[in-house]
Design a protein around this ligand. Structure first.
Ligand SMILES: NC(=O)c1ccc[n+]([C@@H]2O[C@H](COP(=O)([O-])OP(=O)(O)OC[C@H]3O[C@@H](n4cnc5c(N)ncnc54)[C@H](OP(=O)(O)O)[C@@H]3O)[C@@H](O)[C@H]2O)c1
Length: 237
């Protein structure tokens, strides 16, 4: 039997770089997948990349919309019965002006994208994780959460808050046997990063499948005693 057979794994940002790699890794280890992202066509393409025989469903959902997220999670449980693993991967990055020049809209946009997204999905999914089912939540923070940087303030703060949210959830859920952890990726080896930084040493970046391996470890039985952790995944950078 494969490690995630019988488990329903919800992956947000499933049409993006890391979301696709993570969904594929879970599928190869037997999981049932609920793929969540904004764009239905992009989700369909991600679903088409899954191996034959993988049970999966797509839910085009804005994870910033609380009621829509609640409806999506209800749809997942109608289809698959429960949620066992939630991988909160939807998120994003933006450089910006200095803090004193940052607009409300710029601030809110990154707090929403990186923090409210995780809050909405956790709030909706947690009641649908059965007691005794070894539930797992894995959030995506960033290396930039550990130390603030100029022109990246809202991004750094939003990802630092993901660590704190992870720790709070871990405390709240440990008696139910649900673990909550996050990863702190350094620069990921994505086409967008290569285009933005063509002269960087790409070999030092984090391959997507390597980060997916860490996410799967945190979702696995082997990590059953790990909760509230923020795991650095920096590659060789
Ligand atoms: N790339 C890096 O170097 C790096 C480093 C550290 C941490 N991270 C984190 O790792 C995660 C994945 O990064 P990535 O490079 O794979 O990003 P990505 O390719 O942009 O994937 C993110 C996905 O989330 C989707 N999304 C955005 N807003 C959404 C919303 N409101 N509702 C539903 N889906 C939404 C995006 O859709 P659209 O494309 O349609 O907007 C996209 O498909 C993010 O949390 C990111 O902050 C990335």
């Amino acid at each position: 039997m494969q490690e995630f057979s019988g488990k329903t794994v919800v992956v947000t940002g499933a049409a993006g770089n890391l979301g696709r790699a993570t969904a594929l890794a879970f599928a190869r280890r037997g999981a049932r997948l609920a793929l969540i992202d904004l764009n239905a066509d992009a989700l369909q393409s991600a679903q088409n990349d899954l191996p034959a025989g993988c049970e999966s469903a797509i839910f085009a959902t804005d994870v910033l919309d609380g009621p829509a997220v609640a409806a999506m999670i209800a749809g997942v449980t109608d289809r698959f019965g429960a949620v066992h693993v939630l991988a909160n991967i939807a998120g994003g990055f933006a450089m910006g002006p200095t803090i004193e020049e940052t607009t409300d809209a710029q601030w809110d946009s990154l707090m929403d994208l990186n923090l409210r997204s995780v809050f909405n999905c956790c709030r909706a999914a947690i009641p649908r994780i059965p007691d005794g089912s070894d539930g797992r939540i894995v959030n995506i923070s960033a290396r930039a959460a550990v130390r603030g940087a100029g022109h990246m303030g809202p991004y750094c703060v939003s990802k630092a808050a993901v660590i704190t949210l992870t720790e709070s959830l871990a405390e709240e859920l440990k008696q139910r046997g649900i673990t909550v952890n996050c990863v702190l990726p350094g620069t990921l080896d994505t086409p967008q990063n290569r285009a933005a930084m063509p002269d960087a040493d790409h070999d030092t970046w984090v391959p997507l499948d390597a980060l997916a391996d860490v996410i799967l470890f945190l979702a696995s039985d082997a990590a059953r005693c790990v909760t509230g952790a923020a795991v650095p995944v920096y590659g060789r950078s």
